[in-house]
Design a protein around this ligand. Sequence first.
Ligand code: DAH
Length: 344
Amino acid sequence: MEPLVQRIDILRRTFDEACRGIADIKVLQDLRNKFLSRKRGYLAQLLEELKSLPVSERPEAGGRINVLKDYIQSRLDEAERTLAATTTASPRIDLSLPGRTRLWGAPHPLMLVTQEIEAIFLSMGFAIEEGPEIETDYYNFEALNFPPHHPARDDWDTLYTTDNLLLRTHTSPVQIRVMERRKPPIRIICPGRVFRHETPDATHLPMFYQVEGLVVDEGITFANLKGTLEYFLKTFFGEKVKIRFRPSFFPFTEPSAEVDIECLVCGGGDAQCRVCGGTGWKEILGAGMVDPQVFKNVNIDPERYAGWAFGLGVERVAMISHQLPEIKSFYENDLRFIRQFMIK
Ligand code: DAH
């Protein structure tokens, strides 16, 4: 048995020596195989040699081999744990890899245009108001002088959630909410999202933005409406821009007008222009003198007060101002598009 005991000691020293060189998991794996592999490992060989010992000596020798086996196993396990801990704690850094790109966002062009519009009206003493996007039939239609079944409702392709609740089709209901709360003089604008059951095309989407405006005071006239809107449009689009007022109809204003701006996309020169349809003009807002019936609905005396209002399409203004032929570019969330508008 003596030679076998010696071999066991030698093997233990050899193993201890080899352990110092464990630099990575591969070396560790090799060691495990070399010593513990069931078929060809050093320990398997020793166990094989047991057979050559007299039966009486086998238990003791076998016991010694097992002690060594447990020892090797536990040291290797420990080495593996240490290795795992240090690799996660200090990952290797490959300085030759390209850096991670950060995708910076940017203010959305529709936000920027809305802010520009707000700034012009704020400078004229207007205040900003907001209202809910889900409205009752009363605020969206009835209080604005659309009786139930009135054909004018057909111009607004309404998305109803229940019989009485709908996604507002315009920002005009905010006029009613504000006039219910406040007494004149009133000078407000109301930016916000509106919804219509529309088939998308180059200039229409089922959701878009409007800015509503309302002025109520004693002695307000149509000249006041025209002057204020002209001042706004010239400040926004530049002094030279061509503007046209066309007579129109809205149930909540009398008289009513629609305001067009020359098509800055084609300049009137493209019969196929996707923005103006070849007319050279693009409608960007509706406006008019507040109908006396609307004042009565909110308990404002139409004999004493007069007012005017407008509702403007933000996407249209943005498309004309940035000469964009497709409304959908605003909603594709392409950062390359959105970032172009940061500096004007
Ligand atoms: N609410 C109208 C629309 O969405 C636009 C409008 C027209 C608003 C005339 C007004 C107005 O305040 O006076 O088409």
